[in-house]
Design a protein around this ligand. Sequence first.
Ligand code: GLY
Length: 289
Amino acid sequence: MAGSAAAGSAAGFGRFTHALVRGIPASLATEALRTAAGGADVDADRARREHHAYVEVLRDRLGLRVVQLPADEDLPDCVFVEDAAVVCGDTALITRPGARSRRTETVAMKSALEELGLNIVEMTDEDATLDGGDVLFTGLEFFVGLSKRTNQKGAEILAEAFKDYAVSTVPVLEGLHLKSFCSMGGPGLIIVGSSEPAQKALKIMQQMSDHHYDKLTVPDDLAANCIYMNLPDKGHVLLHCTPDEFPDSAKVFEKLKDHMLIPVSNMEKVKVDGALTCCSVLVNKTAHI
Ligand code: GLY
């Protein structure tokens, strides 16, 4: 999927005005999907407090306009909104999540994105699956992880939706999603975990790309899931793990001297495979939308 010529410049990469988030149902604690059987119990109230703090950072500290979708008890994983939509520019691709129990999470997401005035493209092909957690947008191109949740057909439909960008696929050999071990730390900077599968996936991405990416390796794969923004008056911003969660990885972020570094706790949601990027869909609602 070479796509058309890549957009060429990452100008505006990381600029966001809105964040869509969703509440946490009590069912998260008992019914949310998790890759590791028999892991620690989730405390839904604690998860809610943690999520509240996350939303406060987006709204009060960073000034984004936050759209809050209500929790749905029938959708235990609904707080992980990232999997339901991929937004780039003025287009929103409503996905077809890989887990059956998560398919209808897209209904509320579609309405909210329509209300924001985005052009909606829906993944309706019954052979396609795609979770937003498998989609890494670098500002120049897309990498799509082929995982237990996302298949080749899903990646092809994403390439159709975002024709201005090249789309390459990467096998996800371990972990839930591609972004379970990597994310963007800025234009041209990929943050990646130090495990062998994570480093291998990065090598594949670097080999497939026409662009150069620097890497920032952190000891813990899960700590490599960060949220990068470039905001007026704030510049480069990075939401990342706290020292309580991953002390060694948290230290590595201190190397990013040009970034406003904001540690955000994710201790409860991570028990059911939720990472920082999972809990919001970021939109740049510019004048042309
Ligand atoms: N619990 C997040 C997911 O499995 O999709």
